[in-house]
Design a protein. Structure first.
Lengths: 284, 356
C-alpha cells in the first residue's frame, strides 16, 4: 500500500443491469470520497442507486466502469485487498439478519480480529474485544450472550463493535438506524458520531432520512437516478439547496414542531395535493 | 356487554369511545396469556384526527386492529363503542356491516393490501358493489375517487393491475378503496412508512384533504413525530401497552408531560435542529416486549426520574392540565415543564457515555 492519506474514493462509477432485452442504467458516473475523521452522507430515495453503489464499493458487485480507490490505490493485489477488507468495515441496516444467531457476542466481535490475525495471544484478543464492546456502551458481561437476548438497538451496537474491533479507518453504514425503534436510534447515532470524532474514523453514511443525515454529516451528496445531483458541506446544502430535487426533498420532511410544520406546509405552497408534482418514476 | 343499546345523550359527539381496552394473546412459548394492550381509553370525535404514537410493543397497532376486530385469536376486554354501539362481542354480521360502512382501514404496505390479480377499478369499486351499487355506477364512482386522489388518467387506468403502479400510486388506490363508501372513521396504520419522503408527504396530504372535505375522522398510527405535528388534532402516546400521555397536539409539543414523550422529542434529530456537534440526548435502554413488561410504570427502567414508587405502583392516566392526561406519578402541577423538552434527560448516563 502506498500513500498514507486515508481516503476511500469511488470514482466515476457506472453500472447497468440487463433484464430481457433492455438495459437499465443504475449508476451513471458517480464519484464520492470519504476521508479520515469526516462523515459523508449519501442520500437517496428508493431506486436512486445507493445500494448498488455500496455493493460496488465493497466488491459485492463489479462496476461496468470506474475505480474504487483506497489510500489512492486500486484493490488489484491480494495484499491491497487484505488491507482494504480490514480497514474498511460495514454496518448493515438490519441487525436481526447481520448477526449469526448461533455465535456468541464474543465470537461475533472477535471474528475479524482472528481472521485478520491482529492479535497473537488469546488474552490480547479478549482485551480488544472487550474494548470494542465498551466503545459501543456494552461490556464484558455481554461476551457469552447470544444476539437473541439483545434488543434491536443493542444488536446494532454489537454490529458496530464487530466493525470497530479490527480498528478500521473507514466505516460504511447502510441505513443503520432505519430498522430501529425511534427511542433507541439516538444511542446508535451517538456511537457512530463518537467513533468518527474520537477515533478519527471516516464514515460513509447511507440513508434516506434527511434529519438524521443533517445531524451527523460533514458533507452530503444527493443521489438521484444514478447521478449525484448535488453535493457539498452539509450545513450549506441544507441552508441553501441549489438543485430543485434537493429542495423538493427537504421541503417534504416533516418537522416535529406544529408551528414549524405549518410554516413548512405554507412555504411548500401546493394547496391541492392532487397536483403535487410526481416523480418521473411515479408513473411507471 | 349488552351491545345493542344506542346512547344519544352526552356521547353524541363521540364517534369512537374505547374504554379499558385489554388485548390478550396466547403465547405458545410461555404457555400463558400475554397482555399486549393493558387498559386503553381513547375517544375520537366526529371529524377529528387523532395520532397514536408508539414504538414496537407499544400496542398501538393492536389497539387499531382491535377496533376493527381483525385478529380473532386475540381476546378483547373492555369496551369499544362506535357511534354508540358496542363492538366487543358483536355478531360477525354486524361487525361486517360496520366495517363496510362506518370504519375502514389502510395498512402500511400498499402491495399486500391489493389483490394482484384484480384490476384497479374493480378493487376500488368492490366495496360499493358489495353494498349493492350497480356495476356501472360503482365504476363511475371508483374512477371519480381515483381522479380525486390524484391518479393521473384515472379513466385509462381503471383496467390496470397493481404491479403497473408505483408505491405511491398503489397507496392512493388503497386509500380510494378505503374511503369510497364514505366511512366516518379511517384507521391508518403507518400508511406512509414504506414510502419515500416526498410521496409520504403527498399521501398524508390526501388523507388530510379527505378528512377535511368529508368530515371524516382519522386514527393515524405512526412512530414519526414529524408526521404527527402536521397532521393531528390530538395525540396519544403509547408505551408498553398503555397510554403514557394524551394531549391536544400543540400542548403535547409545547410541554410534554410524560418523561417518555419528552425523551422522544429531545432524542429525534430534526431538520431544523441546532448545532450537530453535540451528541443527541438519549433514552437509555430499549422498549420492553409485552411479555416482559416491567412492574409499576412500564417506562421506569428507562426513566431518568424514576422513584421507588414508580417501580411498584402503576401510575394512572390522569388529567394534569386542561385537556392533557399523563400516566406519571411526577406529571402535573408539581413539575411543570418548559418548551425545551428534554432537559430532564441526563446527558451522561453510563450507557450513553460511550467511546471515551
Amino acid at each position: 500500500m502506498n500513500g498514507d492519506r486515508v481516503s476511500l474514493r469511488a470514482e466515476d462509477i457506472t453500472k447497468s443491469f440487463r433484464r430481457g432485452g433492455s438495459t437499465t442504467p443504475v449508476l451513471q458516473g458517480v464519484t464520492v470520497e470519504v476521508g479520515a475523521g469526516e462523515v459523508v452522507s449519501l442520500v437517496g430515495e428508493s431506486g436512486s442507486g445507493k445500494s448498488t453503489l455500496l455493493r460496488c464499493i465493497v466488491g459485492l458487485q463489479r462496476p461496468d466502469s470506474g475505480r474504487i480507490l483506497y489510500r489512492d490505490a486500486e484493490q488489484a493485489t491480494r495484499a491491497g485487498q487484505a488491507v482494504f477488507h480490514r480497514e474498511v468495515q460495514i454496518v448493515f441496516q438490519d441487525p436481526y439478519s447481520s448477526l449469526s444467531p448461533r455465535m456468541t457476542v464474543q465470537d461475533i466481535v472477535s471474528e475479524g480480529v482472528i481472521v485478520h490475525r491482529l492479535e497473537s495471544s488469546r488474552r490480547r484478543r479478549l482485551e480488544r474485544t472487550v474494548e470494542a464492546l465498551e466503545q459501543v456502551g456494552l461490556s464484558a458481561a455481554d461476551l457469552p450472550r447470544y444476539p437473541s437476548s439483545f434488543s434491536g438497538g443493542q444488536r446494532q451496537r454489537i454490529a458496530i463493535a464487530r466493525a470497530l474491533a479490527v480498528r478500521p479507518r473507514i466505516l460504511i453504514c447502510d441505513e443503520p438506524v432505519s430498522a430501529l425503534d425511534v427511542s433507541v436510534q439516538a444511542q446508535v447515532l451517538n456511537v457512530i458520531q463518537s467513533a468518527s470524532r474520537n477515533l478519527g474514523l471516516g464514515v460513509l453514511f447511507i440513508s434516506h432520512n434527511l434529519a438524521v443525515v443533517r445531524h451527523l454529516s460533514d458533507r452530503v451528496a444527493i443521489l438521484r437516478d444514478g447521478r449525484i445531483v448535488e453535493e457539498g458541506v452539509c450545513d450549506e446544502v441544507y441552508a441553501s439547496p441549489s438543485h430543485p430535487y434537493t429542495k423538493a426533498l427537504l421541503a417534504a420532511v416533516p418537522v416535529p414542531d406544529p408551528a414549524a410544520e405549518r410554516r413548512r406546509r405554507e412555504a411548500r405552497g401546493e394547496s391541492d395535493p392532487r397536483f403535487a408534482p410526481l416523480d418521473e418514476g411515479e408513473e411507471r | 356487554m349488552s351491545g345493542h343499546e344506542i346512547s344519544n345523550m352526552g356521547e353524541a359527539a363521540a364517534l369512537l369511545e374505547v374504554r379499558g381496552l385489554t388485548v390478550d394473546a396466547r403465547s405458545r412459548a410461555q404457555g400463558r396469556d400475554i397482555r399486549i394492550v393493558d387498559g386503553v381509553d381513547l375517544t375520537i370525535r366526529a371529524g377529528e384526527r387523532l395520532a397514536v404514537v408508539g414504538e414496537s410493543g407499544s400496542g398501538k397497532s393492536i389497539t387499531a386492529r382491535a377496533i376493527m376486530q381483525l385478529d380473532p385469536a386475540l381476546r378483547l376486554g373492555g369496551s369499544i363503542r362506535l357511534q354508540g354501539q358496542e363492538l366487543i362481542g358483536a355478531s360477525a354480521r354486524r361487525l361486517r356491516a360496520i366495517r363496510s360502512s362506518v370504519v375502514s382501514m389502510v395498512f402500511q404496505d400498499p402491495m399486500t393490501a391489493l389483490n394482484p390479480l384484480m384490476k384497479i377499478g374493480d378493487q376500488v369499486a368492490e366495496p360499493l358493489r358489495l353494498a349493492g351499487v350497480g356495476r356501472r355506477e360503482a365504476r363511475r364512482r371508483a374512477q371519480e375517487m381515483l381522479d380525486r386522489l390524484g391518479v393521473p388518467r384515472a379513466a385509462e387506468r381503471m383496467d390496470a393491475y397493481p404491479h403497473e403502479f408505483s408505491g405511491g400510486m398503489r397507496q392512493r388506490v388503497v386509500l380510494a378503496t378505503a374511503v369510497i363508501s364514505g366511512p366516518r372513521l379511517l384507521i391508518a396504520d403507518e400508511p406512509t412508512t414504506a414510502l419515500d419522503v416526498r410521496i409520504q408527504d403527498q399521501v398524508l396530504d390526501l388523507v388530510m384533504m379527505l378528512s377535511q372535505q368529508e368530515g371524516m375522522a382519522v386514527l393515524l398510527i405512526t412512530h414519526d413525530l414529524g408526521v404527527v405535528a402536521g397532521f393531528a388534532d390530538r395525540v396519544t402516546v403509547m408505551y408498553g401497552g398503555r397510554i403514557a400521555e394524551q394531549a391536544p397536539r400543540d400542548a403535547l409539543f409545547a410541554s410534554p408531560r410524560h418523561p417518555y414523550t419528552r425523551g422522544l422529542l429531545a432524542s429525534v434529530p430534526r431538520l431544523d435542529g441546532g448545532s450537530h456537534d453535540q451528541l443527541l440526548p438519549v433514552i437509555p435502554g430499549s422498549p420492553a416486549p409485552p411479555a416482559r413488561r416491567p412492574a409499576g410504570c412500564a417506562f421506569h427502567p428507562r426513566c431518568p426520574l424514576a422513584m421507588d414508587r414508580c417501580r411498584t405502583e402503576e401510575p394512572r392516566l390522569r388529567v394534569v392540565a386542561p385537556g392533557v392526561e399523563a400516566a406519571c406519578h411526577l406529571a402535573g402541577p408539581t413539575i411543570t415543564t418548559d418548551a425545551s423538552g428534554g432537559e430532564v434527560l441526563a446527558r451522561s448516563r453510563p450507557e450513553e457515555d460511550v467511546i471515551a
